[in-house]
Design a protein around this ligand. Sequence first.
Ligand SMILES: C[S@@+](CC[C@H](N)C(=O)[O-])C[C@H]1O[C@@H](n2cnc3c(N)ncnc32)[C@H](O)[C@@H]1O
Length: 257
Amino acid sequence: MQTSENYTPGYTQNASDFMAKRSAQTHAAFLLPHLRDSSRLLDCGCGPGSVTCDFARIVRSGHVTGIDREASQIERARSHAASLGLTNATFEVGSIYELPFPDASFDVVFAHAVFEHLSVPDAALAEVRRVLAPGGQVALRSPDWGGFIVAPDTPGLQSAIGRYTELQIANGGDVHVGRKFPGLLRSAGFTSLAFSATYECYQPPPVIGEYLALQLAAADARAEAAALRNWSRHPDAIFAQAWCEIVGREPRTSLEN
Ligand SMILES: C[S@@+](CC[C@H](N)C(=O)[O-])C[C@H]1O[C@@H](n2cnc3c(N)ncnc32)[C@H](O)[C@@H]1O
């Protein structure tokens, strides 16, 4: 499927390292109670695979598959899995819009920090539903920029955040996709929806400051990038990001849980 998206964070070392610090415990706690030893789990847009590899250690007699549209991220995920000696994790290049798997291949499909970058989320969810076994579960987690707490309000901070928001929208993304998860899943035919939200507080603030500033600079928003870096060095800087989370069920038949 052809889409007009342009993935905003890009694949710099900084962006990939930023994702690789994530774990299932820190970023997918809402899904862990739903996993079984034998789950077949698909992680869509797995990036460098740190969360995916944690899942592989949890579903010990099951299997995890990570897909990402970007080959460099799949290579990094494979190396990470090999360094951990995992034998139940595989990774493939692929798009969430055209998943390279037969119908009903997975018990759980997860996507973390992906849907805010998709211009046609309903098409992605139709594909997710196709590869889920009857009664299987979909689990999504994405930020909602309406929930940020960023302080103190240093010069240029608001326009830098505004510029980043414009950039992500221009790239085909949706900075408010988190709040839309219930409607998106319901429209896609999922049931038993369980919505939650959590905050992530970035420490130290220059970590998120540099991550966003590099993307702004790459888009020629140099003044805004400088303003973000300046904010991040303030001794009282805080950046609390709201993550929206949802678990839904493929409705055809129920699996025991
Ligand atoms: C923000 S990163 C998140 C990576 C990982 N899930 C995590 O949270 O650490 C988003 C990832 O989704 C991938 N992605 C974006 N659009 C995609 C698509 N249409 N199909 C598959 N992967 C996609 C990007 O290449 C990127 O690696």
